[in-house]
Write a protein that binds this ligand. Structure first.
Ligand SMILES: [Zn+2]
Ligand SMILES: [Zn+2]
Length: 221
């Protein structure tokens, strides 16, 4: 089968964030998801793959996912994209201070492009769909491309993201899972923002069988 997207992954920083490079195989254009630090390692990957980076995408505004935004943005002259609600939320001074205290890292700089639910981002021949999934943060999103879903801290293998941090809501997160993610094709491959599960990736079908937040709080109702 012809491969329509190439996915490269690095585990980055003290929070062990999964940073992903999505490559269009035909055009060699690429997007970077959640550069959580270690600029030189990420730069090395982009150079090794010999791709043209066109954008930086953030699943949400937490510091561990955005730490290398600014440096890489300047290095490659590309825009940083974040959902409008997290871009707004993390610009509030009180939120910035609280978030810095919680994570021990500085809150994000303003985004260059604000994302909205349903947006389609063009990266070569790839069409990356933005799915707004509030809950972990107000402006958390998942990125869907060619049967792959990049879930950030919304959905992990066998778990979900914390909702006790500033701006979090478990009710909102469960609603997002039910209405936005469980409706995707069951064979969709899940690529989480951290490797907290028994396996690095999963599928919607497997999570519907094994993730207690889905089986106990959503499907049991
Ligand atoms: Zn987070
Ligand atoms: Zn995280």
């Amino acid at each position: 089968m012809k491969q329509n997207v190439i996915i490269k992954q690095l585990c980055i920083g003290s929070y062990k964030v999964n940073t992903y490079l999505l490559i269009c195989p035909q055009t060699k254009k690429a997007a970077l998801i959640d550069p959580g630090g270690e600029v030189q390692r990420i730069k090395g990957l982009i150079e090794d793959e010999n791709v043209e980076l066109v954008s930086i995408l953030n699943t949400h505004g937490h510091a561990d996912h955005v730490l290398a935004n600014q440096e890489l943005k300047e290095m490659f002259s590309v825009p940083v994209c974040m959902h409008e609600e997290d871009d707004t939320f993390f610009s509030i001074q009180e939120v910035r201070e609280k978030s810095k205290k919680e994570l021990g890292l500085p809150a994000p700089s303003p985004a260059d492009i604000r994302l909205h639910d349903g947006d389609e981002l063009e990266v070569g021949n790839l069409r990356i769909k933005v799915i707004h999934t509030p809950g972990h943060t107000p402006g958390s999103v998942c990125f869907f491309v060619e049967g792959n879903l990049f879930t950030g801290d919304t959905l992990f293998v066998g778990d979900v993201g914390r909702t006790d941090l500033t701006g979090g809501s478990l009710d909102a997160l469960l609603k997002s899972l039910e209405e936005k993610l469980l409706v995707l094709p069951k064979e969709t491959i899940i690529h989480p923002g951290h490797d907290y599960g028994e396996t690095p990736t999963s599928t919607i079908a497997l999570e519907m069988e094994e993730n207690p937040y889905i089986t106990d709080f959503i499907l049991a109702e």
